[in-house]
Design a protein around this ligand. Sequence first.
Ligand code: ABU
Length: 500
Amino acid sequence: FSFLDFFLDLLPARNGEEFTEQFLLEVVDILFSYIKKTYDRKSKVLDFHHQHQLLEGLEGFSLELSDQPQPLEQILVDCRDTLKYGVKTGHPRYFNQLSSGLDIIGLAGEWLTATANTNMFTYEIAPVFIAMEDILLKKMHEITGWGETEADGVFSPGGTISNLYSVIVARYKRFPEIKTKGMTALPDITLFASEHSHYSVKKAAAVLGIGTDNVIAVKCDERGKMIPYELEANILKAKRQGRVPLYVCATAGTTVYGAFDPLANIADICKKYDLWMHVDAAWGGGLLMTRKHSFKLNGIERANSITWNPHKLMGVPLQCSAFLIHEKGLLQACNQLRAEYLFQPDKLYDVTYDTGDKTIQCGRHVDVFKLWLMWRAKGTRGFEILINKFLELAEYLYKELKARDNFELVFDGEPELTNVCFWYIPPSLRRIPRGPEQEKMLHQVAPKIKARMIEEGTTLVSYQPQGDKVNFFRMIFSNPATKKSDIDFLLEEIERLGMD
Ligand code: ABU
């Protein structure tokens, strides 16, 4: 391409085929060299720049938008630079988020999805993808232990939205008048979730006009699991206060500790008090794919609804989140508004496949194809092998941490998911006795190391405080490229960056 070639030369320009092919092959070339770098341990995870540097422009990479078109040559440079200054989330040493890795089949699925560029709201314009969503939901229902005929669901834009769906349907089930009359028609309802649950339950309460104060944080044990006795005590307390307990969110794989709430006990309590039981298995749902570890979710089959994000443990490219509900027709009844321009009842096909009216969106991205394609390519057994390997890596890290003097586990006990939480205790801090002074200093260690880590770009891991625990590192495994040697690297890197 030269500086004389512009987008107008590409299809649909007359005779634009050859030019378009050449342009797209160049784009693929850029993407492929990025993919190779992603897997190359010698390359950095990131090349960090501050926001003002990006906004001001870097070495020929300007984000400014102009009135005049830019030549294709420049567009290709823009593509290259965008990746160059981004974060390689598929790098074997990227551990920052629950979703990591770069699955080549999933990537192909995403490319195909973008090429098809359609919308999930009607069968009319997305017949194959709607059928795939149906097949995937049935498969996931079967794996969770529900009979496929009673269940329903929808793929949504992430775990937070799937959890939002759970509150929407729970509320509608008990108080269908909410749809037309709004909150004034309802009593004071109360939701329950553990103190380690994801913040999206509170977010849902805020968005839905329930209010965050009306989400009760139920106490957890040392490992971050909800204590059933505490749940029941809180339900009784809410009742005594004249409130109406409505919904419990149990978590299967908490964000920080990777804890599994005791689902069967929680199901008993929900049954006793007639509460909606939702399981947020956004993170831990992947364990359902493995015969070795799926017992950790025993009781999930008794849930009314489930969030399960294949974009986490199953490695599907972002975004891919399933909201599953154990009652056919409820999603539709709750959300349906019958927009006449889109959901005409007199179409030539079975309009129950116009799934758009079950959702709170209008337009909906195709998130199912990449998951379907990966499932075809790996089979259920392929996911099982991958996920079992993540658990083995977590166990390896746990043992390494126990064996090393400079590290301390936040809680002891073999990992149940791939989360391993730990402090790095620099030699200077080890000389100070445990107590408020040491805690205060320890609180600053992880952020300091993380800042150096970002500047050097060699690896990336997250940190946070939790309850009364000062800042600690949270390691997770969900990247098929990661090996034990990367764990050794991370620990050595933390020690190097954490030098006093
Ligand atoms: N939605 C939870 C994601 C949190 C994380 O990746 O750390």
